[in-house]
Design a protein around this ligand. Structure first.
Ligand code: IMP
Length: 501
């Protein structure tokens, strides 16, 4: 006879936290959200990689490209660049994150000296930047011949057909900086010469970057940014259980700091084989997470197979229809609670703490706090990040409101068959995800700051200032469906719904 669980599985919205004693020390500004990303001997050593905020972005085409990865690393979290693309383009995205120097911007507007004033104005209209690099071949890294800013022309006195060569500030009059200039040195030059922008050039006078005056305080704005020992942003990358022997070396060569096997279901021989290959070839030097699982057995299997962290969650993602198409999955809260207990049990047995990641299904900001309280070390979010400026997808106007596109890796649009691979012929036979829109929400920084402030405030209500203390001291209660109604605004007529998130 089949096994039946005695209790139904539950999700985040069915739980609430009970406040604990809040002391004077317990204020949001003193809360640390630092958390381990990879396994370590807790109590004996520090983890090789920790996050400064417990957020990672989903391994998805519509979420994690290099732009989002840079924005999230600035806040202290990490992105896993999606693997459902060619090895070359994924490695190039990783390399762009590692090559990114805060404050050093690749020129977005570029023309040749033969271009006209009309071209300058069209470019400004198109991308909004007023600094145009004039290079020999009109590319962002061509030989620098001059710069055009709005100080170089007067529309009322000039003809649209005037040549850039005749009104640009020529190379001879430009102050530039050499290739190895640090941000601090660049800012000193900017101040000394009262510049708005400083071109950085290589030995052959090819343009590498601009440093803009306004960017000078980048580090001060991002005190939690996640950097490696060479002060480059940390970045992760998704892999699959088919082409890992070629994909992993390319990703590592590009500079990936941590990998994750991206799969809808991780309790498989394929994940075990992939992890073994990594350990055989790289020992413990390569950090790799695995998943997803929803119970104790799944966790123990992956921990023993050598995973550096384990992702939890099947069927809870906002774009996910796995439960409907295949009838597999488990309420995210129940899955997390069981896997967290398995992680603690495994730690007691082995002395090794394998962090767990709650993946999918975070809808409200308070779900983040609940997931952490239930034992998650960090979270993975797709829908949440897809809404921001930095996500890779189009912003479109629908019924008068801005939306961003968001599609699942198991949808026909992504065609990421490797994620659902169970061996055999390699193709996506049926969809496990949808193609959708999410409400546009502006810049990542503002949203992450607001969400995490809520998390910190709730932690103060619980009476804790660290994630490990939250996991240890939180008191959680299941709520009845009637008390869920009681928890929302009720028995009043709302004047506005804008403050309900
Ligand atoms: P969200 O944060 O609720 O949007 O969930 C994101 C998570 O959903 C991802 O990290 C994946 O684990 C999962 N996911 C991504 N694409 C699909 C899909 O097409 N079907 C099912 N699950 C998906």
């Amino acid at each position: 006879m089949a096994y039946y669980y005695p209790e139904p599985s539950h999700t985040f919205s069915e739980y609430l936290l009970i406040p604990g004693y809040t002391s004077e020390e317990c204020i949001p500004d003193r809360v640390s959200l630092k958390t381990p990303l990879v396994k370590y001997r807790k109590g004996m050593e520090e983890p090789a990689v920790s996050l400064n905020v417990p957020l990672t972005s989903a391994v998805m085409q519509s979420v994690s490209n290099d732009t989002l990865a840079i924005a999230l690393a600035k806040e202290g979290g990490i992105s896993f660049i999606f693997g459902s693309q060619t090895i070359e383009s994924q490695a190039a995205m990783v390399a762009r994150v590692k090559g990114y120097k805060a404050g050093f911007v690749t020129s977005a507007s570029n023309l040749t000296p033969d271009a006209t004033l009309a071209d300058v104005l069209a470019l400004k209209e198109k991308n909004g930047f007023s600094t145009v690099a004039i290079t020999e071949d009109g590319t962002a890294n061509g030989k620098l011949l001059g710069i055009v800013t709005s100080r170089d022309y007067r529309i009322s006195r000039m003809d649209p057909s005037d040549k850039v060569a005749d009104f640009m500030t020529p190379r001879a009059k430009l102050v530039t900086a050499p290739k190895d200039t640090t941000l601090k040195q660049a800012n000193d030059i900017i101040w000394e010469h009262k510049l708005n922008s400083l071109p950085v050039v290589d030995e052959e006078d090819r343009l590498m970057y601009f440093v803009f005056r306004k960017d000078y305080s980048s580090h001060k704005d991002n005190p939690l940014e996640l950097l490696d020992s060479k002060k480059r942003y940390l970045v992760g990358a998704g892999i699959n259980t088919r082409d890992y022997a070629t994909r992993i070396p390319a990703l590592l060569e590009a500079g990936a700091d941590v990998l994750v096997i991206d799969s809808s279901e991780g309790y498989t021989c394929w994940q075990e084989k992939t992890l073994k290959w990594v350990r055989d070839n790289y020992g413990d030097t390569v950090k790799i997470g695995a998943g997803n699982v929803v119970d104790r057995e799944g966790f123990r299997f992956l921990a023993k197979a050598g995973a550096d962290f384990v992702k939890v969650g099947i069927g809870g993602g906002s774009i996910c229809i796995t439960r409907e198409t295949k009838g597999i999955g488990r309420g995210q809260a129940t899955a997390l609670i069981e896997v967290a207990a398995a992680r603690d049990e495994y730690f007691k047995e082995t002395g090794i703490y394998v962090p767990i990641c709650s993946d999918g299904g975070i809808v409200h900001d308070y779900h983040m706090t609940l997931a952490l309280a239930m034992g998650a070390d960090f979270l993975m979010l797709g829908r949440y990040f897809a809404r921001f400026d930095e996500s890779p997808t189009n912003k479109v106007m629908i019924n008068g409101a801005y939306m961003k596109e968001y599609w699942g890796e198991g949808s026909n649009r992504a065609r990421n068959w490797q994620r659902y691979d169970l061996g055999g012929s390699a193709k996506l036979n049926f969809e496990e995800g949808v193609d959708s829109y999410v409400t546009y929400a502006g810049p990542l920084h503002d949203n992450v700051e607001a969400s995490l402030y809520k998390v910190k405030s709730t932690m103060c209500n619980v009476g804790v200032t660290t994630i490990p203390d939250l996991q240890k001291n939180a008191k959680l209660t299941l709520v009845s469906s009637v008390s869920i109604v009681e928890g929302g605004a009720h028995d009043v007529t709302l004047r506005s719904t804008s403050n309900i998130k």
